[in-house]
Write a protein that binds this ligand. Structure first.
Ligand SMILES: [Cu+2]
Length: 68
């Protein structure tokens, strides 16, 4: 499944790395790509969106799903 999230406070590569680590803690096979300019993160994973969102929040980044 492809999940798209709007992430608040993501400003540099360090943030992206922290988010990627949080997601991969749930699903090592997940693919994460971030667009810093838009403040958006795309996650390809079989893990449900709510869990991914929670993990990113626990890493320190408020976020919400984008309804495509
Ligand atoms: Cu940063």
């Amino acid at each position: 499944m492809n999940h798209q999230l709007k992430v608040t406070g993501m400003s540099c590569g360090h943030c992206v790395a922290a988010i990627e680590k949080a997601v991969k803690g749930l699903d090592a096979q997940a693919e994460v790509s971030a667009d810093l300019e838009k403040g958006e993160v795309a996650v390809s994973s079989d893990v449900e969106l709510a869990s991914i969102s929670e993990a990113i929040k626990e890493a320190g980044y408020e976020n919400q799903a984008i309804n495509a």
